[in-house]
Design a protein around this ligand. Sequence first.
Ligand SMILES: [Zn+2]
Length: 445
Amino acid sequence: MLNSVAYKYSPIFIQNLLLSCHELIKRKLRATKSSNALMQQLISHEKDSKALEEYSKNKLESVINNAINNTEYYSKYKNKKNLNISNFSYTSKEDVRKHTVQFINCKSKEIKISGQTSGTTGKSLTIYQDISSVRAEKAFTDRHLQWAGFKKGDKIAWLRGDKIVPMQQKKPPYWRFSYFNNMIFFSAFHMTKEVIPMYIKAMEDNKVDIIQAAPSSVVTLAKYLEMNDSYYQGKLKSIVTSSESLSLEHKLLIEKHFKCTVFDWYGLFERVAAIASCEHNNYHILTDYSHVELLEEDNGYHEIVGTNFNNRIHPLIRYRTGDYVALSNKKNCPCGRVYPIIDHIKGRRGDYLIAEDGQKVYHLSQITKAIPGIIAAQFLQDSQTKINLLLVVDENKFDSFQKTKLINSAKKDLGASLEIEIELVDIIPKTKNGKTRQVICNIKG
Ligand SMILES: [Zn+2]
């Protein structure tokens, strides 16, 4: 509906109505009695370790049975005695790519909905889901929204990769209303530095309760506030982020300038792991969402390996995500939820550059951190000798002195021999999924 020519050329109030209907239909399909019942069940066991363990154990058994009986790929384990999860070999992304059809549940009569994982080096995977899988996902994300204080009727500002404002529109408002669920959708594709203060004001004027955003977009708003030594003037319950990496430094920046807690969600389209931060800023591995194993690496980090609980049509067992976490010593969280705690998510696949010595460098926001005038940045690397840096800046604050400082900062972290080329842009380009990649490294291996 939103991609149609009719939507594109309709006046804004018609677009608001069409968006409202689109959202209503989406809600009717996803937020059903079953997804709501699941959410209530999830809430009921999150502080009860025995009930949670029982739930997860049953889920894992059911997933294994489904996989060995209904998919060709995992059928080789069918006759194994006393089969348990540790008997399975790890499943790699390459396995799924090579044997796509063998992973599909051949007995399911459900409609298959296909989707793409976000490929970081141009290689994405096609994963199929059925409607129950979509509804289960909704139950989990709705529960996280409840952690963030959401109550029925709250107004939500949505700032993610949805194309709700046609690209040819060159004047504000770059936001649309969805009346039935009390949401305002802001276009991340029009977020130039001139537009940023309009977004902040529109959120304040509309008395938004919660902002749901891609980290890069809300970080850009927070940086604007920081640069102008100002703070969000409205009263927010919380900000909920997902889909991209969020560094601790950026999380704190948002929390400072929006004066509320950020609830961050790590997930991936393969649905093999979900990690959610709570009101005490602890990241919990949701053990009712999937079975997660953490594989130790040489560098002190652990790789997330997961088995999805909620996709009977495309089971994945012991799937290696290529994403890493740092463990935490904390055993309990004051929030009372009994899920294991990790210290932080290192970064997602591809969220790094290769330094001159061949090491992967994550957390590149450190490089731009101390440089005034930078609103948004994207690092691009096609060769081991050069890095391109796209920047959205406030020209009044970012001058040649700051530019030199930035280049030195990049060389300090990445290597003095690297060539750093800076290009000033109006907006950081988005992927076709509407995501903003802070780092694009096209070097293989
Ligand atoms: Zn907690």
